[in-house]
Design a protein around this ligand. Structure first.
Ligand SMILES: Cc1cc2nc3c(=O)[nH]c(=O)nc-3n(C[C@H](O)[C@H](O)[C@H](O)COP(=O)(O)OP(=O)(O)OC[C@H]3O[C@@H](n4cnc5c(N)ncnc54)[C@H](O)[C@@H]3O)c2cc1C
Length: 325
């Protein structure tokens, strides 16, 4: 399937594609293998930069910060689908500022007149907002333009990969099966995509541990409305009742959404783990493996930081693969 000296990445979601771009552009020869390119969960994300449903904080902070810088630069390229966007996160009860607020220079408490009716607290800030269908397409084109290759294929085991110098496991929820890691669990999520009735600012509600989320992410022509977070559910089947409830919740905050034409429903399963796993390992035949999975509700937010760490682990593990810098 591959030649000696090639790094094989399993997974074509945001983790796999970002890692593929990072390694290929750094001088390695990369081949990407994935059942779905792009990965369906990555396509379903909203997506807003913000560490959600992930641990441990020390690593999350570092990875999020690397990605924040990368997304700020990408926002200058229109084709990337990334835009720096201002908006508010609010709650119907008092909320402390999130840990990650210190990473955002314009983060500030909202004035009372900035909050929707029924809300008592909130924060205003600017973050990268990522149109995932445009962005994943951009990443794939950038990887191929740099000389990378890809193949749509499901593998039943990491042993099915022949002749790889290094294997990078970015298989999301599938990584649990490929590695026998019982710590990986699904948190199902759903979004509704509508035409954009003229919104330019994002809104999200701090709903605590509720499975019913509220988020409004405007992209240029579309708005992504969310959402849900159902622990333990791995089905990608669209739930029409959940979709109707999402539109209703969002239209209560932004009445223009009530009549917005629905374009698409997106369902994904957050690949959640007690801790994100970015770690060097070995296959039974001693082939180096680097894991990069378990990103929960923040795979986009962590993508560039985790990819950079994968590159560092490969440099340490390989002892001279290909043209590594
Ligand atoms: C509704 C929703 C909203 C979200 N919003 C945000 C957000 O605003 N911000 C944010 O940062 N994150 C968000 N997330 C989380 C984010 O989408 C995920 O953390 C991220 O997409 C995980 O990416 P991944 O590449 O690891 O996995 P995936 O996108 O699931 O990709 C896994 C890849 O591995 C492949 N694969 C798996 N098993 C095999 C196998 N056996 N053989 C071959 N290929 C295989 C798949 O085909 C796929 O290509 C959201 C998620 C959901 C569901």
């Amino acid at each position: 399937m591959t030649t000696n000296g090639t790094i094989v990445i399993v997974g074509g979601g945001v983790s796999g594609l970002t890692t593929a771009v990072t390694l290929q552009e750094a001088g390695w020869t990369v081949h990407l293998v994935a059942e779905d390119i792009p990965g369906r969960t990555s396509l379903a994300a909203g997506a807003m930069w913000g560490p959600y449903l992930v641990e441990p904080w020390k690593k999350i902070r570092e990875w999020s910060l690397v990605s924040l810088d990368a997304f700020r630069a990408l926002a200058d390229e229109e084709a990337s689908g990334v835009r720096m966007t201002t908006g508010i996160e609010a709650a119907r009860h008092a909320i402390p500022a999130p840990e990650w607020s210190e990473l955002l220079p314009d983060f500030r408490p909202c004035n009372a007149d900035e909050l929707p009716s029924g809300f008592v607290a909130g924060y205003r800030f600017t973050v990268p907002l990522i149109d995932m269908s445009a962005y994943l397409d951009y990443l794939r084109r950038r990887f191929l333009a740099a000389g990378g290759t890809s193949e749509s294929r499901r593998i039943s085991s990491l042993d099915a990969i022949e002749s790889a110098a290094v294997i990078v496991n970015c298989a999301g929820l599938g990584a649990g099966l490929l590695t026998g890691d019982d710590d990986v669990r699904p948190i199902r999520g759903q979004h509704v995509v509508t035409e954009n009735p003229g919104l330019t600012e994002f809104f999200s509600e701090d709903t605590g541990m509720s499975p019913d989320l509220v988020c409004i992410y405007p992209h240029s022509d579309t708005v992504v409305l969310g959402g849900t977070a159902i622990e333990g559910e791995g089905s990608l089947r669209e739930d029409t009742a959940a979709a109707a409830a999402i539109v209703e919740r969002c239209a209560t905050i932004e009445p223009r959404l009530a009549a917005a034409r629905i374009i698409e429903h997106r369902v994904g399963v957050r690949p959640t783990r007690n801790e994100v796993r970015v770690e060097a390992d070995k296959r039974q035949d001693r082939t180096p493996v680097v894991h990069n999975y378990g990103h929960g509700g923040a795979g986009v937010t962590l993508s560039w930081g985790c990819a950079r760490e994968v590159a560092q682990l490969i440099r340490m593990a390989e002892g001279g693969v290909g043209a590594a810098p």
